[in-house]
Write a protein that binds this ligand. Structure first.
Ligand code: KG4
Ligand code: ZN
Length: 337
């Protein structure tokens, strides 16, 4: 079964062709970083306009790279939410137009389920239960999975998302948007133990997260530094901040893994690209006897391969656009209704 996936929930226009939920034949991602960078965050109206301009080229390119035409596609998958309403509408409208034109079934996918499946989609031997951590620009959610369809949220952030913390801290230091990659780069030259930033809620009994106290602590630390900030100060604070985020995410995840007696750990979402988080999870997982499954770089940040992969598992929910419209859901919760 060849699935064409379409993703436009935020500032990436993406399309992919995935076979049987596991084999990625193409995965095209057009990032809008250059458009939003100067504003220090995503400008929704600009995001929608850019999606309109390039979504057809992105889909065409995904088909071309897969060596296919629309006639080879069996199912269309599109992100239904969560995300920016204007951006979602572009992807959904385009996908529905394809469904009409080529008389193909279509299925709306939860973007967060996509992030959750990204690392596991091509693995045969995933041992459940799995503890999954979604860490993106908008979400930090800990999920216990019994299989692809059966999962429950066991913890989430009570304030900022992990990626949002990276973005805000980068902004405070004048490093631009998005914050994750640039903080990762600067942190390589800094000492992660130089400043002991607070680890929000790390000792709580529950599995929730909090990053706003950390963000405020970074702000106070920055105010103490001589201005303009030296490269040394930026590197040090970037490394110490990153260490605090990684430490909290890993500690909570291991604690939850013990509590729920899972076999496997996985992560997804943009922050899963972070090399220190990946290394730490690998080493802690090995130490505690869990298998760790990490997604490749391009499958961490927003992409359409994860949407197409999830659609394969949700194919029973597919219908024709002419029979029923897909409703964009900006606040689509992770739970199936
Ligand atoms: O999943 P994603 O592409 O979009 C959302 O669904 O939100 O995640 C984007 C987020 C941004 O906050 C970005 O700063 C963060 O992922 N990110 C990183 C890294 N690369 C991207 N955070 C930490 N380290 C990275 N290397
Ligand atoms: Zn995302």
């Amino acid at each position: 079964m060849n699935v064409l996936g379409i993703e436009s929930s935020c500032d990436e226009t993406a399309a992919a062709v995935v076979q049987d939920g596991r084999t990625i034949l193409s995965n095209v991602i057009a990032s809008q970083e250059e458009i939003h960078g100067p504003y220090g965050g995503v400008v929704p109206e600009l995001a929608s306009r850019r999606h309109v301009e390039i979504i057809d080229q992105v889909c065409e390119s995904a088909l071309h790279k897969a060596g296919m035409s629309m006639e080879d596609i069996d199912l269309i998958a599109v992100t239904q939410g969560p995300g920016l309403i204007g951006s979602l509408i572009i992807g959904i409208s385009f996908a529905q137009a394809l469904s009409y034109r080529y008389n193909l079934p279509i299925v709306g996918i939860n973007h967060l389920e996509g992030h959750l499946i990204a690392a596991m989609m091509d693995k045969n031997d995933v041992q459940y239960p799995v503890m999954g951590l979604i860490v993106s620009g908008g979400h930090t959610i800990l999920v216990k999975m019994d299989d692809f369809h059966n999962y429950s949220i066991i913890g989430q952030t009570v304030d900022d998302a992990a990626g949002e913390a990276f973005d805000k801290v980068a902004m405070m230091m004048g490093l631009g948007y998005p914050g994750g990659p640039v903080i990762t780069r600067r942190a390589k030259n800094g000492n992660p133990k130089a400043v002991r930033f607070p680890r929000g809620m790390v000792r709580n009994r529950n599995f929730d997260f909090s990053f706003s106290g950390l963000k405020t602590a970074v702000l106070y630390q920055l105010r103490k530094e001589p201005q303009p900030l030296s490269d040394y100060a930026v590197d040090t604070i970037a490394a110490s901040f990153q260490e605090a985020v990684v430490d909290v995410l890993c500690k909570k995840m291991i604690k939850a893994a013990h509590h729920y007696q899972v076999k496997t750990l996985t992560i997804g979402g943009g922050v899963a690209r972070n090399p220190v988080l990946r290394e730490r999870l690998n080493s802690l997982g090995a130490k505690h006897g869990y298998k760790v499954i990490l997604p490749d770089g391009d499958l961490c940040t927003d992409n359409a391969a994860m949407i197409a992969a999830q659609a394969y598992h949700d194919r029973d929910e597919a219908h024709y656009a002419k029979d029923k419209a897909i409703e964009p859901k900006p606040n689509f919760p992770l739970h199936h209704e």
